[in-house]
Design a protein around this ligand. Structure first.
Ligand code: GAL
Length: 793
């Protein structure tokens, strides 16, 4: 939090997963000795293993849910009583009630919004009690895993009684001159006066560069009426701005200060970027005037064993992996993310589609049985009452993030097909435009050109600025023509692939038959066809695949989550990751072979070997015998540029697909690929038949306060064994808190905090934290028949 007087209060909370009958949990004299000592962020669902009978069901990942209470004591001094005091909750799932000293101070229904509770008049000098009731018992209420509890950071802000409005600072690049010598920023700040008398204040704005040097400044006087919010606005001119780009996401610090009689009353510092964004029907998306094809992924908010608790360091690691995959865009499906998530997108260089919800007035079914008549809860319960406030909060909170380029007013909204749909879409789009005159609206439509009765209405699409296509090739001839039919009929439509198929499957699964997903041999074909189209049509702004990372929920028992990601819940890369890297990461060379080469007993049978690469040619060898050489071409492919027979055109790939493939009779040994650029070998890749595992190897990485331990099964030659699921046990010393283990296996239904867990495809992730940071701690990892490993932190 970048507000001068805001302090994080994540420590020393108490928690119970129970409700009370008369509100006694909110009372000061209630004895909470038996409650758990916890730290925020906190998702109580991570304590429990999924259960088939849990009412959160298939959508919610069979999570425990229910009702929980939190309590925390805070000290308030005499001086504090003269201040304005508020609590800032970045997200509680869901239906929370906030009490101070037993008195209700606020409530919030939607579980993804940041909200502020004014607690000034409930405080007394000395000890005070914050208690929070969280009700996630109305189930099912989501089509994905939500987690339960105060799963994001909480701040207390004790400030002057004339202060900045948490939701009231807006900085946006209005223009950058063509020669990039000057940028114009539109700036607006809101301040509130909690006194009975009017007050004149001075607002000062400064833009500081990375070195802290002043780039430009401005100021205004503002008369603050009693108990009113007032606004001051200006334009600021930045000479020789350094622009925010995907590859060089330069951030300035924007400082807003409130002064009264020379005294600094309040201050906010936040990172901002200078950049222009534009969408057009012919050229897709432009950042700083340059065409950028969005190579995006949709992401839900959970992070495997951490549940929905938001840890910036954990997400930084996940986003780094996506960055390396070549991803440049994130769609926050289907809800506003944690503020820290957007900070990462700003500093790492991703463009973001920020989305408000998954349903409007018509609730969606969240059960295993899609046609079930059972009631379901969710945003539709409070859409009419709250949507305006929630949409405004999302825009006002996220406005200054240079990464945010689009506001989505909803995902696959059933009303897209009904008479009321266009009216509601207009209502929401108008709210967005009132809040933001630069960014455009979108909505992810899944039924464009689908069946009569559920088909998206043209009038609906007319009310959004950028039409989001979900599963654009789903219907009839569109499977090959994608956006083309609509481009002919609606040439002025701005189009984006808001959600399209990825390459699904469990990590390390090379079976040739699967129920729902394609097998490993055909996995990438659907995406390849779409990407060849998207990459070669300027008018399609880009694509967000479903999904970048596997997520909990949206599963069918006996699975706890969905395997649509290129990365699994534990953060391990699947083969799909290398597929995307080979087509999206243009800076680095990718050469990846699959499957593994451990097929004992299948000698002589043909195995299909797949290679994901951006090398021009690949030679494949089995035990040093050349099988054949194959060539691939970049996507999009270019024709002749100088003469009809110039180099590029003469380069003839052996396939139109974006991967190479060979059928190889299995023999144990070494499968080796050599990747060529011109005549040079630029990369090699080997897949080797391994022996049985003999030991465990652990590599430790620090992510903030967490120690993340990647455990690999190795054979006696030190090779990673790719096809074992050994059961790993963990024993921690006193100073170590065990957070959980995950192998990314959606069929493993044990709790993440269980001290025994099976590997998947020879790998497992374990997470720990030291209780006392000053002291050391150790962990013993073992598995029957394997050499165990002891780690010192
Ligand atoms: C889409 C939906 C996503 C997810 C996905 C699974 O239609 O927008 O939330 O459910 O399907 O395939």
């Amino acid at each position: 939090m970048n507000l001068k007087d805001a302090k994080i209060i994540n420590e020393e909370w108490k928690f119970i997963c129970e409700d009370c009958s008369n509100g006694e949990f909110a009372q000061i004299d209630y004895r909470d000795e038996g409650w758990d000592h916890i730290e925020l962020p906190h998702d109580w669902d991570t304590y429990f293993a999924p259960k088939k009978e849990n009412r959160s069901g298939a959508g919610g990942g069979y999570a425990h849910a229910g009702i929980g209470w939190y309590r925390k004591k805070i000290k308030i001094s005499k001086d504090d009583l003269l201040k304005h005091v508020e609590l800032i909750f970045e997200g509680i799932y869901m239906e929370s009630e906030i009490y101070i000293n037993g008195l209700k101070a606020g409530s919030q229904s939607y579980g993804y919004s940041t909200f502020v509770v004014d607690i000034t008049d409930k405080l007394v000098e000395g000890d005070n009690l914050i208690s929070v009731r969280v009700n996630n018992s109305k189930q099912p209420n989501s089509r994905w895993y939500t987690g339960s509890g105060i799963y994001r950071d909480v701040y207390i802000r004790k400030t002057s009684r004339q202060c900045l409005d948490y939701f009231g600072i807006k900085v946006e690049t209005a223009e950058v001159t063509d020669d990039e010598k000057m940028a114009i920023l539109d700036v607006k700040s809101s301040a509130i006066n909690y006194e009975k008398e009017k007050k004149d204040v001075v607002i000062k704005w400064q833009l500081l560069d990375k070195k802290g040097q002043l780039s430009c400044k401005a100021g205004a006087t503002l008369c603050l009426d009693s108990n009113e919010t007032s606004h001051a606005a200006t334009r600021m001119f930045v000479q020789r701005p350094i622009l925010w780009e995907i590859d060089k996401p330069y951030l300035y610090t924007f400082v807003t200060q409130v002064f009264c009689d020379g005294e600094l009353l309040d201050e906010r510092r936040e990172s901002v970027g200078i950049r222009t964004i534009a969408f057009s029907c012919d050229e897709g998306f432009k950042l700083n005037g340059e065409k950028i094809k969005i190579k995006g992924v949709c992401l839900h908010h959970d992070s495997g064993l951490f549940g929905s608790a938001f840890y910036k360091d954990i997400w930084e690691k996940r986003l780094n992996t996506l960055k390396d995959m070549g991803v440049n865009g994130i769609r926050c499906s289907h809800n506003p993310p944690a503020p820290g998530f957007l900070d990462l997108c700003d500093s790492m260089g991703f463009v973001v589609m920020d989305e408000i919800c998954d349903e409007w007035m018509l609730g969606k079914n969240k059960n295993e049985n899609y046609f079930s008549e059972e009631p379901s809860y969710g945003f539709s319960q409070f859409f009419c009452k709250d949507v305006k406030t929630e949409l405004q909060r999302m825009i006002r909170r996220d406005y200054n993030h240079p990464s945010v380029i689009l506001w989505s007013i909803g995902n696959e909204i059933p009303e897209q097909a009904f008479t009321d749909g266009p009216k509601i879409a207009k209502f929401l789009s108008d709210i967005v435009h009132e809040e933001d005159s630069i960014r455009l609206t979108t909505s992810a439509c899944d039924n464009i050109a689908s069946l009569p009765g559920i088909e998206t209405k043209q009038e609906f699409m007319n009310e959004i600025d950028v039409v989001g296509y979900n599963y654009v090739g789903r219907w009839r001839e569109r499977a090959e023509r994608f956006y083309e039919d609509d481009k002919l009929v609606y040439p002025d439509r701005i189009m984006i692939g808001s959600e399209n198929p990825s390459v699904c499957g469990d990590r390390g699964d090379y079976s040739q038959t699967r129920d729902f997903n394609d097998n490993y041999i055909t996995a990438s074909l659907t995406h390849e066809a779409l990407w060849r189209f998207t990459a070669s049509r300027d008018y399609v702004a880009g694509d967000f695949i479903w999904t970048g990372i596997d997520y909990l929920g949206e599963s069918h028992w006996p699975r706890r989550g969905a395997n649509f990601g290129a990365i699994d819940t534990a953060g391990f890369k699947k083969d799909a990751y290398y597929y995307f890297r080979s087509i999206w990461n243009e800076k680095d060379i990718t050469l990846h072979l699959l499957p593994h080469w451990n097929f004992e007993g299948e000698e002589g049978t043909f195995k299909t070997v797949i290679c994901y690469t951006n090398c021009e040619r690949v030679k494949l060898y089995i035990n040093d015998k050349l099988i054949s050489e194959k060539a691939s071409a970049p996507c999009p492919r270019y024709g002749a540029m100088n003469s009809w027979d110039d180099e590029l055109r003469r380069f003839r790939p052996t396939t139109g697909d974006l991967h190479l493939t060979w059928d190889v009779p299995y023999e144990p040994g070494v499968l080796r690929a050599e990747g060529y650029m011109g005549d040079k070998v630029v990369k090699t890749c080997e897949v080797v038949t391994t022996k049985k595992p003999s030991s465990l190897e652990a590599s430790v990485e620090k992510a903030g306060e967490f120690y993340l331990v990647e455990i690999t099964a190795r054979d006696e030659d030190g090779r990673a064994v790719p096809d074992v699921d050994s059961l790993i046990s963990v024993v921690c010393s006193d100073n170590v808190e065990f957070i959980g283990m995950d192998a990314g296996n959606m069929q493993d239904l044990s709790g993440y905090k269980s001290d025994k867990r099976n590997m998947l495809a020879g790998k497992l992730l374990a997470a720990f934290k030291k209780k006392n940071k000053e002291e050391t701690g150790s962990v013993l990892l073992s598995s029957e028949g394997l050499n165990s490993v002891n780690i010192e932190f």
